[in-house]
Ligand binder design. Structure first.
Ligand code: ADP
Ligand code: MG
Ligand code: ZN
Length: 195
């Protein structure tokens, strides 16, 4: 529960591995604000074309209309007077996203950013670590490990590609825990679910 402070803005970060429910949680928070008749606008990077170009969509098919933008500065140009700003796939934005979120919060808005905290090698995925540092609230979401059923905080790439950004879903990545994650293998899971 986020305490409401009149006239003051703030930044909320929702971060974790793939399939951990970041987009679901972003949609849940934004829908609650909409029920309370607050104006809401959602952005995502235009590079994320996985499920839809004009909506953020979760792996469980929850969705919310959004504006797809090329750079973080485009958010400032498009945001108008809205009270609550949602941003999905924060890790695909440039480092300018940190200044943009700070500015929006300084203006008195609520900013909710979802994004991956680590890339497939386990390296911090800029600009999410920087955003976590300046955010008032940080929520780490966990998935269920596809090998052992434990708490998963890593994204296992299933195809042998070195590029940091490789768009994909269940055919390309799966959620794994620290023990089952094999960053060097990039091979399909041989694990079996315990139930
Ligand atoms: P994210 O934005 O973090 O990638 P989403 O919010 O889009 O995640 O999707 C979360 C949904 O993904 C879950 O509610 C569930 O339906 C589905 N899912 C698929 N694989 C897993 C997994 N290994 N652990 C948890 N949820 C999973
Ligand atoms: Mg997502
Ligand atoms: Zn595991």
């Amino acid at each position: 529960m986020i305490p409401q402070r009149s006239n003051a803005g703030w930044i909320e970060v929702v971060t974790g591995c793939m399939f951990s429910g970041k987009t679901e949680e972003l949609i849940r928070r934004l829908n609650r604000a909409r029920y309370a008749r607050q104006s809401v606008l959602v952005f995502k990077p235009a590079t994320d074309t996985r499920y839809a170009t004009q909506a953020i969509v979760s792996h469980s098919a929850a969705e919310l209309p959004c504006l797809a933008v090329g750079t973080a500065d485009d958010i400032l140009r498009a945001v108008g007077e809205v009270r609550v700003v949602g941003i999905d796939e924060g890790q695909f934005f440039d480092l300018g996203l940190v200044g943009v979120c700070n500015r929006l919060a300084d203006e008195g808005r609520r900013v909710v950013v979802a994004g991956l905290d680590q890339d497939f090698r386990g390296e911090p995925f800029e600009p999410m670590p920087q955003l976590m540092a300046v955010a008032e609230y940080v929520t780490k979401t966990l998935a269920v490990c596809m090998c052992c059923g434990g708490p998963a905080d890593r994204s296992q790439r299933l195809v042998p590609r070195d590029a940091r950004v490789l768009l994909g879903s269940a055919e390309t990545y799966e959620a794994r825990c620290r023990r089952c994650w094999r960053p060097e293998a990039m091979a399909a899971s041989q694990g079996t679910l315990p139930f």
